[in-house]
Design a protein around this ligand. Structure first.
Ligand code: ZN
Ligand code: ZN
Length: 234
């Protein structure tokens, strides 16, 4: 009597949301769908082994597999039809929502126009202070008001950023951020904050706000790049 195939239970294969690493080039590797080998290296379309199949059916192009899966999303496009194993690569990553396309909100306007927001808030705050104290401000008082507004705008910016943070594919995002201008922007921002405190530089206040806006622009740029290069159906 033949015993039934042991069922794979328990541990699910780890899902990855990046383009998987190419298969080692030692074996004679050929795509099971298009029958082309991996002679010319293509980092965005490597040959991968996504399931338990062995032999000539083992390898498949990342893009060939994704095209196939996207034409059969309901026909069990997440499992191999031959060996029945779940693919251990995520073939259906969620597209990133670009904040602008989600509609303009007050928080997204504050992120976009941080410098303008600060200047308006600073003006109103100083005006209210002068009215309430019923007199002119000394230099020391004026600087105190500017520093207070610096704290307020940074807290406000952080809240607005958190409200608009909706990154789905975090591994890809974090990998791309390292190669974007975001680390430099954050470093320059920290430097500008130091100059504000150490040298009481009003101009550096404006620079910090410009850099905060820049950070928002770069964040959106990374999301757009992700959608175009990594997450679209190709
Ligand atoms: Zn192929
Ligand atoms: Zn298989």
């Amino acid at each position: 009597m033949r015993s039934a195939q042991p069922k794979r239970i328990g541990r699910k294969p780890p899902m990855t949301d990046t383009v998987p690493a190419a298969a080692p080039a030692t074996a004679k590797t050929q795509c099971r769908f298009c029958f082309e080998s991996d002679e010319e290296e293509d980092a965005t379309n490597p040959l991968v082994d996504p399931c338990d199949c062995k032999g000539s059916a083992r390898y498949v192009h990342w893009n060939c597999l994704r095209r196939w899966a996207h034409t059969n999303p309901n026909l069990n496009g997440r499992h191999c039809k031959v060996c029945n194993a779940a693919f251990h690569v995520n073939l259906f990553p969620t597209l990133e929502v670009i904040p602008e396309e989600g509609g303009v909100s007050l928080s997204s306007l504050i992120l976009e126009y941080t410098t303008m927001t600060t200047l308006v808030l600073q003006f109103l705050y100083t005006l209210a202070h002068v009215k309430l104290s019923d007199g002119a401000l000394s230099d020391g008082e004026a600087w105190q008001l500017i520093l207070q507004m610096q704290s307020v705008i940074h807290v406000l910016y952080s809240i607005c950023f958190a409200m608009n943070w909706r990154v789905q594919n975090r591994k890809i995002y974090m990998a791309l951020v390292q190669h974007s201008r975001i680390p430099h922007t954050l470093l320059a921002h920290a430097g500008a904050l130091y100059f504000i405190v150490a040298y009481q530089s009003v101009w550096m206040c404006i620079v910090t706000h410009a850099l905060l806006s820049r950070y928002w622009v770069e964040h959106k740029r990374v999301l757009i790049f992700m959608n175009r290069e990594f997450l679209t159906d190709r």
